[in-house]
Design a protein. Structure first.
Ligand code: F6P
Length: 548
């Protein structure tokens, strides 16, 4: 077997053993599994890098995890992870190494890529980012009219937006002394207009963040930003003090008109959705300062070390991944909910959607053969307790099985009255209600009229993971990000897919370019799409004609 030709996981003996095992487990309930086994929670709770994973509320017996770990072994997960850490070109369809782990490697350590150590380059960029951040934060970096920066606006999309946007929100409490932050991603003009409506151009710094520096949305927004700034300050020279770039494409940056001296680079071995620890995190560093940014990198690195060293049976990312595979491929779950019980993590589900779904939303394996199993689940979620009053009904009593990750902290950063105890009690209670439900007999015993008993009973047996840390800090956020990055890696490795390409986003981009030219064409274009697409284009042109 070559690394490009994985054995389809269904053909692995461990997969077949898990199918047999699932048949024996499917009728067992968590009520029964917990009853008479007081050590279950302890046995199925794991800790690493400041995080605790309680996996006991999954539909697993003592045989399940060893079988899942055997699946990982037979799928060569360890060997594949080592290939990543060694800088091999594991992103086979783009012929690229995948080395986001190098972005958080400590100074002085070494990761070789084609014989050259990349760690010094990583730290050289981090040092430049730190020096720049200090200048902006201290007010030493001044704008074109001599005023310091009050607000930084990140213009980017996908991985050049979701990571820094999520982390800036998550670490708001650590952003004292830094500039305010705004994010513009959508090409919808409303995004730019609303983000800048109340800003003073003389005190605004734009970070144009794009790995490729060719992304339509980002370049369109960046051009609009330049027009907004130059229009207000009346001088093209203002761009030099109000625009910096984050990219791997120095030529594109220069062509756009940003001085490459004001560019912070990274490398093609960093995937967009894995890039928060690179210069893509510049706006975050500006907000929280270099020391706290480095603390986040340390948390990521601690999780990298744990992932690399810990046995599969106690390896948090591997366990999370394998339990996800158990729920999806063996128990039939099609989606996965991520439910942070912390307002600061409000954007974490959106961030994970790209991380997970762009990585593992694949239908062919590494060698191009159609996969024989389902791959990445639909990832969704929003903070508790809001979700409880919206979609939790379906989680508890709907027909679909939705495994959930509950994320929470034992201490709040904003102690006010008993809010945090109420928040945490809701987290705990939801995991309990999902796992154990409320059987019809119990409901009937409460005197509920028989016709309402089916409506008021809860089947339970719905799996969840609980992931806790003491406090939300840059370090724990870093560990959490590393946890999910490696979870996604392990799942992709078991499914035998390329988790690091994203060809599925290309067709829409190409078609949009064609449609855009047809919308704009001065003469009525000959439309050669299907009847629906043609009509949608004509409707837009007609509206334009009427309103012009
Ligand atoms: O279109 C998808 C994508 O390529 C993502 O993978 C990426 O994070 C995003 O676009 C933005 O790309 P860039 O950073 O090159 O602008």
């Amino acid at each position: 077997m070559t690394s490009n030709e994985p054995v389809p996981p269904r053909r692995l003996p461990a997969w077949r053993a898990l199918e047999d095992h699932a048949r024996s487990v499917v009728h067992r309930t968590m009520r029964e599994l917990f009853a008479g086994d007081p050590g279950r929670a302890e046995r199925l709770t794991f800790e690493a890098a400041g995080l605790v994973l309680d996996a006991s509320k999954n539909r697993v017996t003592d045989e399940t995890i060893p079988l899942l770990c055997e699946l990982a072994r037979q799928a060569d997960v360890r060997e594949r992870a080592e290939a990543m850490f060694r800088g091999e070109r594991i992103n086979v369809t783009e012929n690229r190494p995948v080395l986001h782990v190098a972005l958080r490697a400590p100074r002085g350590s070494s990761i070789l890529l084609d014989g050259a150590d990349v760690v010094p380059d990583v730290h050289a960029v981090l040092d430049r980012m730190a020096a720049f951040s200090e200048r902006v934060r201290s007010g030493e970096w001044i704008g074109h009219t001599g005023r310091p920066v009050h607000t930084v606006v990140n213009i980017g999309i996908g991985g050049s937006d979701l990571g820094p946007r999520m982390a800036a929100r998550a670490l708001t409490a650590y952003a004292d002394g830094g500039p305010a932050t705004r994010f513009v991603s959508n090409v919808d003009p409303t995004a730019f207009v609303e983000a800048t409506r109340d800003l003073d151009p003389a005190e605004t710094l734009f970070v144009v963040c794009s790995k490729s520096f060719t992304t339509l949305e980002t370049l369109t927004n960046a051009r609009t930003a330049r027009g907004w700034l130059v229009g207000a300050l009346g001088d093209d020279a203002a761009v030099a003090r109000h625009f910096v770039a984050v990219s791997t494409n120095a030529e594109g940056v220069a062509e756009f008109g940003i001085d490459v001296g004001n560019m912070f680079g990274f490398w093609d071995w960093v995937g967009g959705r894995y890039s928060l620890a690179s210069a893509v995190g510049l706006i975050l560093m500006l907000a929280i300062g270099p020391a706290r940014f480095r603390e986040m990198l340390d948390g990521m690195h601690a999780m990298d070390d744990h992932f690399r060293a810990a046995p599969l049976e106690r390896n948090l990312p591997a366990l999370l991944a394998l339990l996800g595979i158990w729920n999806a491929n063996f128990l039939g779950a099609a989606s996965h909910a991520v439910l942070p019980y912390d307002e600061y993590l409000a954007l974490f589900p959106a961030y994970l959607q790209q991380l997970d779904m762009e990585s593992n939303g694949k239908r062919v394996d590494l060698s191009g053969r159609p996969v024989e199993t389902d791959t990445g689940p639909i990832v969704w979620g929003q903070p508790g307790t809001d979700g409880q009053h919206a979609f939790f009904q379906l989680l508890h009593q709907g027909t679909r099985l939705v495994p959930c990750d509950f994320l929470g902290f034992l201490e709040t950063l904003n102690p006010v009255g008993n809010h945090h105890a109420l928040l945490y009690s809701n987290l705990v209670a939801q995991t309990e209600a999902l796992a154990f439900g409320k059987p019809a007999e119990e409901v009937a015993a409460e005197g509920v009229p028989p016709e309402l008993v089916p409506h008021k009973s809860f089947p339970g047996n719905r799996p969840s993971n609980t992931i806790l840390a003491d406090r939300l800090t840059p370090w724990t956020l870093g560990a959490l990000i590393g946890l999910y990055e490696h979870k996604v890696f392990v799942q992709g490795a078991v499914w035998g897919i390329d988790s690091f390409d994203q060809w599925g986003v290309e067709l829409g981009k190409t078609l949009a370019a064609r449609v855009a030219s047809e919308l704009d064409a001065p003469d009525e274009p000959v439309l050669r799409h299907d009847s629906s697409t043609n009509a949608l284009i004509r409707r837009w042109r007609e509206t334009r004609r009427r309103t012009r």
